[in-house]
Write a protein that binds this ligand. Structure first.
Ligand SMILES: *Cc1c(COP(=O)(O)O)cnc(C)c1O
Length: 500
């Protein structure tokens, strides 16, 4: 199987090349040309299979230029009990009749991004060797919180890599900041930027387009790559847990073989829900994909109208990892829904660049609206859902997952759909403890308490353990103190890569 660019101006490449390159030279995203299939018979045989075994089967389907032992080694390094604090890796919890939660936050950083970023470094380093490269990879990350820490944990002490994370000095939570500045590992750097996330992101983007710096850094033995979800190597591992949830429910007798189910996905950059779309493409019985957005509801509007319009105000919300107005991965969905029409995609993406909006054609829109459904929750609704889910089910959800639960309730009310449904829970409630405590115990309970004190409070009130990745965080020594202005990003990158 080869990977082609959604813009159609790049020769197809192997999966190793696609992962190493990250983005196609024509500006498009790599997609598999002829994805294989997991048949119903094969699924029945895999019902209840352990996570690593399932991961192996799915990865082999897409990484056809990797050998079986190569994939096994990547899988066992990523999905094991030292990294994940739940034996199932991605446990499925029953909330009520036909309603399930897929907990994707048992990894080292307590958000779903660990599923991709724990394995990506291993796929990366193998991809470099397979394509005959000798340089080391320099992973540059601008983060608003979750991705940075997940990348640091994934890439720490991975030979042949160096990771530099830039975060907005005032733009992340106390817990998120401490997670990053206490990071261990000899090959990772964390830098605070005096500015907002967009300035950090802009600075990093400029480096990817800086030919002189790229050349200079190559002479020091490095080439730049990205750990965000434009990279196929980050999307692919996310397909696995959709199958895992289904096969787990099949093994528990909650589903009949072949029975179609719905997934609810709290969405920002359209990466997680796109993985569900690919899972369906290769044979997972999916009825509807329910896209849950927060007040930055550009995707809800798109799914309702077929018009993508980023010309709108940006809101900071209680679900910050979904605060995004340009969902880059949507390009891959459009490619699939236009029958792989790269000329159309190129034209729409140019319109997006120039006018900030585009409208897809009726045929593509028909396909999208048949499968996807969407609504959004503002902060007030998000808080009410956290409270009610705890009261009614005794179950704690974080702010992002609460958005998903709210949108599902809207969907059920409007459609009366009876299919069984899985909500993907994208972060631990402990990670967004301030909102969770306030939603359930009121504002007074959070007064004068740091986020670290609130971890203890939440644990005492609920009897749930503080996740290992957040425990004793404020007692860990601070290892990264560098703070720079946004203009200093490229200088800092050069200094780190070429003078140490
Ligand atoms: C990244 C993230 C999301 C959004 O996922 P996308 O793949 O960008 O759509 C949702 N919730 C949490 C907690 C996240 O970290």
């Amino acid at each position: 199987m080869l990977y082609e660019s959604t813009r159609g101006k790049t020769e197809p490449v192997t999966s190793a090349q696609a992962i190493k390159m990250g983005i196609a030279p024509d500006g498009g995203l790599f997609v598999p040309d002829k994805p294989g299939q997991i048949t119903k018979e094969r699924m029945l045989k895999m019902a209840g299979a352990p996570y690593p075994q399932l991961a192996q089967a799915i990865l082999e389907l897409f990484l056809t230029d990797f050998s079986t032992p190569e994939i096994t080694s990547c899988v066992t390094s990523a999905y094991n009990k030292d990294k994940f604090d739940a034996p199932a890796i991605a446990p499925v919890t029953k909330l009520g009749p036909g309603l399930f939660i897929l907990e994707l936050w048992h990894g080292p950083t307590c958000a779903f991004k660990d599923f991709a970023l724990q394995i990506l470094p291993h796929l990366f380093t193998r991809a470099v060797v397979k394509t005959g490269g000798t340089e080391k990879i320099a992973i540059l990350v601008a983060t608003s919180g979750d991705t940075g820490k997940a990348a640091l944990e994934g890439f720490k002490d991975v030979p042949g890599t160096k990771t530099i994370v830039f975060y907005p000095a005032q733009g992340v939570s106390e817990v998120q900041k401490h997670q990053m500045i206490t990071q261990e590992g000899g090959n990772v750097h964390v830098v605070a930027v005096r500015g907002n996330f967009d300035q950090a992101q802009q600075g990093v983007k400029e480096i990817f387009g800086n030919v002189n710096l790229t050349e200079e850094v190559r002479r020091c033995g490095y080439y730049f790559s990205s750990a965000n979800s434009i990279n196929w190597g980050r999307l692919l591992p996310q397909i696995i847990y959709y199958f895992f949830a289904y096969l787990d429910l099949l093994a528990k007798g909650e589903l009949m073989a072949g029975e179609e189910i719905n997934f609810v996905v709290p969405t920002g950059n359209f990466g997680n829900i796109l993985a569900a779309f690919y899972a369906r493409q290769i044979g997972l019985p999916v009825h509807r994909l329910i896209l849950a957005a927060n007040k930055n509801n550009v995707l809800t509007d798109f799914i309702r109208t077929g018009v993508y319009d980023r010309n709108r105000a940006f809101f900071k919300t209680l679900s910050p990892s979904m605060d995004i107005l340009v969902s880059s991965n949507l390009e891959r969905l459009l490619f699939a829904c236009t029958g792989r029409d790269s000329e159309k995609i190129t034209a729409w993406m140019e319109e997006l660049e120039v006018k900030g909006r585009y409208r897809v054609d009726p045929a593509a829109y028909a396909k999208i609206s048949e499968l996807f459904w969407s609504d959004y929750a503002d902060d007030i609704k998000t808080m009410l859902v956290i409270r009610d889910t705890y009261r009614n089910y005794g179950y704690l959800v974080d702010t992002h997952t609460a958005v998903g639960k709210y949108v599902l309730d809207c969907y059920l009310q409007i459609t009366g759909d009876h299919h069984k449904t899985v909500i993907t829970s994208t972060a631990s409630p402990f990670k967004f403890n301030q909102s969770v405590v306030q939603a359930i115990w009121g504002k007074a309970a959070t007064r004068q308490k740091s986020e670290f004190a609130l971890l203890e409070f939440l644990s005492q009130k609920t009897g749930l353990p503080i996740p290992p990745g957040l425990k004793d965080l404020n007692a860990k020594p601070v290892r990264h103190t560098l703070t720079i202005n946004p203009e200093g990003i490229s200088w800092t990158v050069r200094k780190i890569l070429c003078q140490s």
